[in-house]
Design a protein around this ligand. Structure first.
Ligand code: ZN
Length: 293
């Protein structure tokens, strides 16, 4: 009992962190902790199991915002609505955009291939509704994570220069670990022969796909479950493309994915791009695509 009390006293009194930082999503927490170590206290906004496309912060999280020195944004959708409110609440808080210096891809337009008969049936107008815009899931490619890490480092040094050596050392260790993951993923995928296509419910893996010369086929159409007609089209496409697995993530329903998986006799693999273990997640998805499990 005494020991516990002493430790909690020490941690509140002496071992206080230098910077209070807020991040939007869990992988960012992993990256900021890797570089900031015990000098940075990290608060997470989008809690596990929730989607950064639709998240609404809890009142307790607004209290954390009020205390924060830095907000590490990453251009996920909920930030569009909430960042201005956060800034109103805490005008002293600096907002750092971790997507700075990253070249964005366009979000994949699903279901763009329409057959002639479908067009004649009056479905051609669908294409006009397709949303075009930047794909926000930038952290699924190692090269982007290295830029994100550099952006985190720059912001920490700017705000806490006396610990710059400490942050520099952490940055170097982290960059080396990202390179290691990148090499592992490349090695796993080097055995891939037939199809370089994989199916996902939500198109989270566009940057990963591009980095390793793969192609993701998304089930979602404009952020919604496909209609029966679109589903039939998708099944046909998946059969032709010989996909090995369909990936779902716990943040979204997997009902449709299960239907597709049953039809194609392929496994449904639940893997979240929002996992805290960034490296393990990339290796898992690579192994599944390569048919290693
Ligand atoms: Zn998403």
């Amino acid at each position: 009992m005494k020991k516990i009390l002493l430790i909690s006293l020490l941690s509140t009194t002496y071992i206080f962190s230098n910077i209070n930082a807020v991040v939007s999503i869990l992988p960012q927490e992993t990256f900021v902790k890797a570089i900031g170590g015990d000098k940075v206290d990290v608060t997470l906004m989008v809690r596990p199991g929730n989607s950064p496309h639709t998240y609404e912060p809890k009142p307790s999280q607004m209290i954390e915002i009020a205390k924060a020195d830095l907000y590490f944004a990453i251009d996920v959708e909920f930030e569009n609505v909430w960042l201005p409110k956060f800034k109103n609440l805490n005008s002293n808080m600096q907002v750092i955009d971790l997507a700075d210096n990253i070249t964005k891809l366009q979000i994949q337009k699903a279901q763009k291939k329409k057959s002639k008969s479908e067009e004649h049936a009056g479905h051609a107008h669908h294409d006009a509704h397709d949303h075009e815009g930047d794909d926000p899931h930038i952290w699924t490619a190692p090269a982007n994570v290295k830029i994100i890490a550099q952006n985190i480092y720059d912001a920490l040094v700017k705000n806490d220069a006396k610990n710059s050596d400490y942050y520099k050392k952490n940055l170097e260790i982290f960059l080396a670990s990202v390179d290691k993951t990148d090499k592992q993923v490349s090695h796993i995928l080097s055995t891939l022969q037939e199809s370089r296509r994989f199916m996902v419910f939500h198109p989270s893996w566009g940057y990963f796909a591009k980095a390793y010369n793969l192609e993701q086929i998304a089930v979602e159409v404009e952020g919604k479950e496909p209609k029966p007609k679109e589903l039939i089209h998708l099944l046909k496409e998946a059969k032709e493309e010989k996909v090995n697995a369909i990936f779902t993530q716990p943040e979204f329903s997997d009902t449709i994915a299960k239907i597709i998986a049953k039809e194609l006799q392929i496994p449904v693999v639940k893997v979240s791009p929002l996992s805290s273990n960034w490296s393990q997640t990339l290796i898992k998805i690579a192994n599944t695509i390569a048919g290693n499990n």
